[in-house]
Design a binder for this molecule. Structure first.
Ligand code: GUN
Length: 283
């Protein structure tokens, strides 16, 4: 069997068009375009690429993006003061602080300073808590994007066994909450998990989010399973690879996301969707 490839690029392009239509509807109703403030600190090359892509995608959707490119020497107090200013600015709907931050800044202090209704990343404990109690407001972009992909391919997690590999705050934990909300039976695996191969082998849906190339072996995948690969790892030869052994997993899975062109484009498209949602919360 050879898996059907889930085309995240195409689904993301369609989602950006949907967001664009939502923005146009706001404008037709006499409201302003949504505005997203993107704060980038320091000169991490990967972060610079992500931020550039976010700005380009905003343009496609008709969202105004406000760039704050700050030096690595920026202090936590300076950053918190900027967040306060953006929280108070009625022309700003969403605030995104690109992670990781330099060592001298506590990311949790920054995340918790963002007004929950402007938290486009959905990382604030208020928004994570809302997701945990089945009353989501703003949902973390990557896990929400994964749920959109499944929906577009007619894959309903209800009653299925979903196994999440990775328990990060950005992906693994909120992904588990999303799957639970969708009524899957959820297992979260992490570095203390004793028999990862057996856990993955039991999964109807596997989501890999560990940041290690080829960490999930193709031979672990249950025949007919759905494999969602969140990993984006740059190899020594400059190419990108996911967290799953793609070729081997494709032989067993019914559906699989490629890297690149799977979950990655969905994260950005979902950020735009969240920004529109933020704007619609405000006015
Ligand atoms: N760094 C890697 N992924 C993300 C993300 O989803 N949001 C932010 N703010 N930073 C990131």
């Amino acid at each position: 069997m050879s898996a059907q490839i889930i085309d995240g690029k195409a689904v993301a392009a369609a989602l950006i068009e949907e967001v664009r239509a939502g923005v146009d509807a706001r404008l037709a109703a006499g409201k302003r375009a949504p505005a997203l403030a993107v704060i980038l600190i320091g000169d991490d090359p990967a972060s610079a690429v992500y931020v550039r892509n976010k700005k380009k995608s905003c343009e496609k959707a008709g969202i105004r993006s406000l760039a704050w490119d700050l030096p690595a020497s920026t202090t936590q107090e300076e950053l918190l003061a900027i967040v306060d200013q953006l929280n108070a600015d009625n022309e700003v709907d969403g605030i995104l602080v690109q992670l990781p931050l330099p060592e001298h800044i506590d990311p949790q202090a920054v995340i918790e300073r963002i007004a929950p209704h402007k938290d486009v990343d959905g990382f604030h404990p208020y928004n994570m808590g809302r997701l945990a109690i089945k009353m989501p407001l703003l949902r973390p972009c990557t896990p929400r994007g994964v749920m959109t992909l499944l929906e577009k391919y007619g894959i309903d997690p209800k009653g299925k066994k979903a196994v999440i590999v990775g328990a990060s705050n950005i992906v693994g934990r909120p992904q588990a909450l999303e799957m639970l909300l969708a009524r899957a039976t959820v297992t979260v695996c992490h570095s203390a998990t004793e028999n990862l191969a057996a856990e993955v082998a039991a999964a109807d849906i596997v989501v890999a989010a560990v940041g290690k190339p080829g960490f999930v072996k193709g031979e672990w995948v249950k025949p007919g399973a759905v494999v969602i690969d969140v990993g984006i790892n740059r190899l020594a030869d400059g190419t990108l690879a996911g967290d799953v052994e793609f070729a081997q997993a494709s032989e067993r899975a019914a559906f699989i996301t490629p890297v690149p062109g799977g979950v990655g484009p969905m994260t950005i498209a979902t950020l735009l969707q969240n920004t529109l949602d933020c704007a619609n919360l405000h006015a």
